[in-house]
Design a binder for this molecule. Structure first.
Ligand SMILES: [Zn+2]
Ligand SMILES: [Zn+2]
Length: 156
């Protein structure tokens, strides 16, 4: 039996007839429902189409209108940066708890499937940071996703 990666509560996979008949391994979530509900999932309809900011409509937000559209990239934000996400990032990124990469892997996979991007590129981190942290936090979320690596050059 596995446990919630955030609070340690024992977890079980939800079993339905469809799940049983699929003959696939049971998928146990990475967190309990109580911990997951602390994260604020961004409504994919009412958001800025350029930067993904949560808002009351689907218009391009004021910030995106002010800044010139010089980039061909579109950002899609999946979660609001609330207290729960701040706690998560502290534990994952700054305290180096690499197990926590599983918390958002399904959310990333679902978003990537929905967006059907040409290319998925995790933003590289500086080699010094990589050496001290031991992992790229974004690549950890994309563990099961086919990604393209950006070529980086170390700067001194
Ligand atoms: Zn929990
Ligand atoms: Zn925007």
């Amino acid at each position: 039996m596995s446990a919630c990666l955030l609070c340690g509560t024992p977890l079980t996979a939800p079993i339905s007839l469809t799940t049983l008949l699929s003959f696939r391994p049971l998928k146990v979530p990475a967190t309990c429902q109580r911990c997951w509900r602390r994260f604020s999932v961004i409504d994919l309809v009412n958001r800025c189409p350029k930067c993904g900011r949560q808002q009351g409509d689907t218009d391009v937000c004021g910030d995106c209108l002010r800044w010139p559209a010089s980039s061909p990239f579109v950002n899609q934000t999946l979660f609001t940066y609330n207290d729960a996400l701040q706690d998560f990032m502290l534990q994952y990124k700054f305290r180096g708890d690499y197990r926590l990469r599983h918390v958002f892997q399904e959310a990333f996979k679902t978003a990537i499937r929905r967006a059907t991007p040409d290319l998925v590129v995790p933003i590289p981190i500086h080699p010094t940071t990589l050496a001290s942290r031991g992992f790229n936090q974004v690549a950890g979320f994309l563990e099961d996703v086919q990604v393209a690596e950006l070529l980086t050059t170390a700067t001194s």
